[in-house]
Design a protein around this ligand. Structure first.
Ligand code: GLN
Length: 192
């Protein structure tokens, strides 16, 4: 029997690639590592995992993925960037700026929580998007998303700061949804 599951890519350069693939498989998708432009063919969605955005940005350029990923999103492909992936989606970054893809109209401040608080778990503020109510968010040297443009919806905040935003079918998430059993962020990507 042929496999009819939707195929979702995970940028395979660095980060929690296996964990994202496992979450996508749990949600009924077929996961595929993306390391070259041809791996974008036939995808319904793409995940850019966390990691280190300087390294990832260089890897995107080296693997000639910058324009193909921009074209994939511009053609309507759904995209989720988590942590370093969210930095890469932003229109620009600050605090050791890296070249970004410019797909979500926010500015990302890297390592914005300083050294003492660099990794922590926090509940989302009440009153966010009801679809994500009660979400526990795992932050690891997370960025802050600043100055969202008019097309950006803030879906969740922690301590008043946007941690999950959406611009059409593009999601930027400053925490790591692949590290908990709460599958709602990935599910939203598949439904986007
Ligand atoms: N601090 C990293 C960066 O700026 C992101 C950390 C992460 O993805 N967990 O690239």
């Amino acid at each position: 029997m042929s496999d009819t599951r939707p195929i979702v890519g995970v940028l395979g350069l660095q980060g929690d690639i296996e964990k994202h693939l496992a979450v996508l498989e749990r949600l009924g998708a077929r996961g595929r590592r993306v390391l070259a432009p041809k791996h974008l063919d036939g995808l319904v969605a793409l995940v850019l995992p966390g990691g280190e955005s300087t390294t990832m940005s260089k890897g995107l350029a080296r693997n000639e993925l910058v324009k193909p990923i921009q074209a994939f999103a511009e053609a309507g492909g759904a995209v989720l960037g988590t942590c370093a992936g969210a930095i890469l989606l932003a229109r620009a970054s600050r605090n050791h700026p890296v070249p970004t893809l410019g797909l979500v109209d926010v500015e990302a401040e890297r390592n914005a929580y300083g050294t003492q608080l660099d990794s922590f778990v926090a509940p989302a503020d009440p009153g966010g998007d009801p679809a994500f109510e009660g979400m526990e968010c795992v932050f690891i040297r997370a960025p802050r998303l600043l100055d969202p443009g008019p097309e950006v919806e803030v879906l969740l905040r922690v301590d008043g700061e946007p941690v999950l935003v959406r611009q059409g079918r593009r999601y930027a998430c400053t925490f790591h949804p692949e590290l908990t059993d709460d599958l709602r962020v990935h599910a939203a990507l598949l439904e986007a």
